[in-house]
Write a protein of this length. Structure first.
Length: 165
């Protein structure tokens, strides 16, 4: 599978369109980069429902219903929070499949437990398929965010091809 973000977004759009599914994206560390990329694709309105940038903890709670206690216990950068973001994106919209990103793009904000480049991903579908992933990316802020976008789209395409993340 390609690593070109635009080609991945095009392919995901083709698969979503063929399956008549609508995508929801809930972003934190990618700051709208995923939503921007998919809306660069002509005809995205056929398969893209919406994108939410929930950068602050408060927005994660208020916009997509991530429990404050979960953020307090796990931290905003966790697989459990990423999954709650994806599920919340589905609950707040008419989308069929949701993906989320939350992480530490840097250059600041890292810790020994969660160094810069730590990114968690959440995936949820209306049919009850849920998954998470956690990656450690290298590079500067821009590179971490780009790798996060690519990974999200590759996971989405894999699910659309196989039925699992």
């Amino acid at each position: 599978m390609t690593k070109n973000p635009f080609e991945l977004a095009q392919y995901a759009g083709t698969l979503l369109s063929q399956k008549k599914l609508r995508l929801v994206i809930v972003e934190s560390c990618t700051g709208g980069g995923l939503a921007k990329l998919v809306t660069d694709i002509p005809g995205a309105s056929e398969w893209f429902e919406c994108g939410l940038v929930t950068y602050s903890n408060e927005s994660k709670t208020k916009l997509v219903g991530v429990p404050e206690e979960l953020i307090t216990q796990q931290g905003a950068v966790s697989q459990k929070v990423a999954l709650a973001m994806a599920k919340g994106g589905l609950n707040a919209t008419r989308g069929d499949i949701a993906l989320s990103t939350t992480g530490i793009a840097g250059p600041n904000g890292g810790s020994l437990e969660k160094p810069v480049g730590t990114v968690c991903f959440g995936f949820a579908t209306r049919t009850g398929v849920f998954s998470t992933d956690k990656r450690q990316f290298g590079g500067n802020r821009s590179e971490v965010r780009e790798q996060s976008v690519i990974h999200s789209l590759r996971c989405l395409c894999h699910y659309l091809e196989t039925g699992h993340f």
